[in-house]
Write a new protein. Sequence first.
Length: 97
Amino acid sequence: MLESGMDPEKKMSKELVTVFETPEEAEALVVHGLLESAGIEALLTSLFAQQEILPGVGGAVLRVAAEHAEEARRVIEEYRSSPGAEMEASDEPATEP
């Protein structure tokens, strides 16, 4: 996501690297927000079909500039390993045992 008024040093390089793929577009939006909040610009691309139109067909991919790929993967891994990640991804309320 490049903006025309953006500082040239902050623009992504031409080489983009896929750092995250998911069949769930909602999950991709969450991860996109995490990357953006970490200062990593990411390009979110839907594959084949939007999930609200054809559920189960396609998905989403996040790509970042090659020089930010390692940091992006670290941010994603931290999110996935956090105790609340599963609950955040679920729409169901937590139940006490």
